[in-house]
Design a protein around this ligand. Sequence first.
Ligand code: TGC
Ligand code: FAD
Length: 386
Amino acid sequence: MKPPTVTHDLYELDQDWNDEQRAVMLQIRKFVDQEILPTINEEHNNEVLRKDLIPKIGQLGILEMLAEGSLDPVTYGIVCRELERGSSALRSIVSVQGSLVIGCIRDFASAEQKATWLTKLGTMEAIGCFGLTEPDFGSNPAGMITRAEKTSSGFVLNGSKCWITNGTQAHVAIVWAKLDGVVKGFLVPTNTPGFTAQSIKGKWSFRTSDTGMLFLSNVEVPESALMPGAKSLGAAIKTLNNARYGICWGVAGAARGCFEEARQYVIDRVQFDGKPLASHQLIQNKLAWMAAEITNMELMSKRLGELKAAGRVKPYQVSLAKMNNCRKAIEVARVCRELMGANGIHSEYHIGRRMVDLETVLTYEGTEHIHSLIVGENLTGIPAYS
Ligand code: TGC
Ligand code: FAD
């Protein structure tokens, strides 16, 4: 038997990166191999949130670069891919902190708000969360019930938010609320009286991630809590599009992780006449299909990164890749699970955890249906949301 000449990077994408991108890729890969993979399955099984990871993620320096605006989109994509090879929940910490909180503050906050939060968020001395979804308004955030009312000194906020990543760990929450019927963004320190957060337990996906409910009961904030640039729901959705871009790369990493594990497994595992599973045509057919899908995911993501760097990226382009890549990553994970037989369902391997975590990624930041409707509207000119 010849040794394999390629693993999954058949189109040599990783050879295209510049020195800085390659260094970042190797740095995050090492972090995942040393800090995440050895213990993550046990943490997943026991629903453990590893708080010691927070400063370590800060020390990677990635979020500081995002806070300064010095990380180019493709490098950010490579970071997301490498993190999600380890864990979707880990990549989510960086997506929320980096794209949804730091990104939103950079785009829409006042100079004073930026000075208060950006440095601390970049080092992870402060944790942020992004509260858009409500118990009764997920795909349709425009219907949100959370309200802001003007007072003599600022605003009073009332309402609740649901399924909020980092919700119980955050020092500052971006709360989207309607003021006179128009959605606005507020920066709310989570120690403000009337603000409470409660952990959502019993998830079978994202078990290593903090997901919370936020409750706002007569939360009084000063006028300076309103982000002046966040004038409508469009600001929240623009912010989401940046995080969705990172997810497109991230899920390719999760698929890569599954593929690496399953490919090695079928080469090592012997059945029927002393031959490895990998010697059978059915198995090679599945490996080839997965290699094509992973290559597609990465090429779509890289192209998005190039469009983003050139300032040309359109929301429907992001939606196309979010829709495609999340679905394909789950399909790849399932095929890998199948190729590993009974071992595929055991937490000695990472595939099962990656597979159930991908179910969350398919749903959050806009479900597959919603992204197909965004693409559909741009293909037909006809909005079909309601
Ligand atoms: P509509 O009334 O048409 O527009 C409202 C405002 O949004 C703007 N807009 C878009 N902007 C960018 N990309 C798009 N695809 C956009 N679609 C609409 C629009 O220009 C308008 O702006 P403005 O300034 O006039 O206010 O929108 P609609 O209410 O009919 O809804 C459109 C729809 C369905 C696409 C939108 O509601 C949507 O994207 N829904 C999905 C909700 C979602 O993604 N939630 C995510 C919550 S956060 C999260 O999940 C974090 S997970 C943690 C992690 O990332 O790890
Ligand atoms: P629904 O909107 O009720 O949708 C249910 C189903 O109906 C889906 O299949 C959907 O595609 C479909 N559907 C809905 N409308 C249509 C339509 N018009 N046409 C066709 N099909 C439709 N939110 C935040 O704000 N911040 C966070 O940090 C955050 N983190 C999350 C972390 C986790 C672990 C999870 C699971 C979710 C998180 N979310 C967060 C919430 C997430 O964004 C929502 O779950 C998502 O937007 C979908 O909303 P929903 O769950 O209410 O589903």
